[in-house]
Design a protein around this ligand. Structure first.
Ligand SMILES: [Zn+2]
Length: 439
């Protein structure tokens, strides 16, 4: 039993995370049904106010709430650090889960719930650290700006993009940032763990293909059918494998992996080595080439009418500096008769794995896990970092989490039975505390 009235941040983080998981912040992409984001932002504001931190809530639309607070550093001349986490989650169907996705249940050493690793775990860690600092009089060396955002799961228009476009002044002085998806462990063996720190993100290149043809009767001979033309183009894209392009980030990742695992990696055939990485093979595998996956088709309105047009959506992801090259390759694949329209185009990000901030991340990880090997990596998806980097901020994915060797971590993102190990959450608080004190 403890005699101190002050809660330990490693205990409090579990309560904070559970409370957040119990607020259903499902992002449906529809403003009328996103009420949870407001409740979650108010919860965070209340937890900060309790310890004397003023926060402002900025709504981009009714209910679409973003919260920003600034903690003054002791060395005012230094650049500020942004710490950001989103409060929304993707939908979860209770019928598919072992526990109710919004019950915040603790079972088998895990805290379960939609958002447990994406990313209310990190939101709770940040709150636990800041609340402890406020209670004990700790102040960071540089200003730390906290941002809890809405709408990350539907493109961030009502969240991070809104904040950076309409409230840029909130981020004055911020030159570096940490957020999702990085800082998690991958076990090499009992003694050694890689910690993947995100230094790059692929670009988002969502496009629509438009085929046009001559409308007509389905019973006639017809050689100008929009559906046929579209289907051929979609099939060509879907079956195409884009060439391997090695970026600095992936090169640095593989060099470190080859060192730690003691395996030779053939630069002409990185895929053989990547395939040996088990649960993270699908994360890394998507970062050595551009990808293009057909996701939606639309055409026609009646069984016996040949429509004059047909459309398909392709989810493309481009490597840093590859967006134009990808577009050129796609145009070649679909041919001259199919029009390409971009519906979303957000550039890839890439920064170097060096400097004081990286040194502090690595030091904090090693202090809490002597077997830690921090490595840079590229995320194949996108995060709020896309928006914050528009302000010239150098963005890292660093939401530290020590994971059991057998956990399929990447499968939990947007997955069924999403859950976070309690000791991993507590490890994250200790690492984050060290890192933020020293950064
Ligand atoms: Zn996320």
């Amino acid at each position: 039993m403890t005699t101190s009235a002050r809660p330990e941040p490693t205990d409090e983080v579990v309560d904070l995370c559970r409370d957040l998981l119990r607020i259903d912040t499902t992002n449906t992409g529809d403003n009328d049904t996103s009420a949870g984001e407001r409740r979650a932002a108010e919860y965070v504001a209340e937890k900060l106010a309790e310890v004397g931190v003023d926060a402002e809530i900025h709504e981009s639309a009714p209910g679409r709430a973003n919260l920003v607070a600034r903690i003054a550093g002791t060395e005012p001349g230094r650049d500020a650090l942004l710490v950001h986490g989103h409060l929304d989650v993707v939908p979860a169907d209770p019928d598919e889960w072992s526990v109710h996705p919004f019950s915040g249940e603790v079972r088998d050493g895990y805290l379960w719930g939609r958002g447990a690793i994406d990313m209310k775990d990190f939101d709770a860690m940040v709150l636990a650290v800041v609340r402890d600092w406020q209670r004990t009089g700790v102040r960071p060396r540089r200003d730390v700006v906290l941002a809890f955002t809405a709408d990350e799961e539907a493109g961030s228009d009502y969240g991070a993009h809104f904040l950076t476009q309409r409230h840029r002044d909130l981020f004055d002085g911020c030159t570096e940032a940490i957020g999702e998806v990085g800082g998690f462990s991958y076990s090499v063996d009992e003694q050694r763990r890689l910690y993947l720190i995100e230094t790059a993100e692929k670009g988002i290149d969502w496009l629509r293909l438009h085929a046009r043809g001559r409308p007509g009767h389905g019973s006639m001979v017809h050689d100008d059918n929009a559906v046929t033309a579209l289907a051929e183009a979609v099939a060509r894209i879907g079956r195409h494998r884009f060439p391997v392009v090695m970026t600095d980030t992936v090169r640095a990742f593989l060099a470190e992996v080859s060192d730690v695992l003691g395996i030779e990696i053939d630069p002409d055939d990185p895929e053989t080595a990547i395939a040996k990485l088990g649960p993270i093979a699908n994360i890394i595998g998507a970062t050595i080439r551009n990808t293009a996956n057909p996701t939606r088709l639309a055409a026609g309105y009646k069984d016996n009418v040949i429509p004059g047009r047909a459309t398909a959506t392709i989810d493309c992801r481009s490597l840093p500096g590859q967006s134009e090259e990808l577009e050129r390759q796609l145009r070649e694949l679909v041919g001259p008769d199919i029009a390409i329209e971009y519906v979303q185009r957000q550039p890839a990000l890439e920064t170097t794995f060096d400097g004081d901030l990286v040194a502090q991340m690595s030091a904090a990880l090693r202090a809490e896990d002597p077997g830690a090997h921090p490595v840079p990596y590229m995320l194949s998806g996108g995060t709020d970092a896309k928006a914050f980097s528009q302000l010239g901020i150098r963005c890292f994915g660093f939401a530290p989490l020590r994971l059991p060797a057998d956990l399929n971590f990447s499968g939990l993102f947007h997955g069924i039975d999403e859950r976070v190990p309690l000791d991993g959450l507590q490890f994250g608080v200790r690492v984050l505390d060290r890192f933020l004190r020293n950064c």
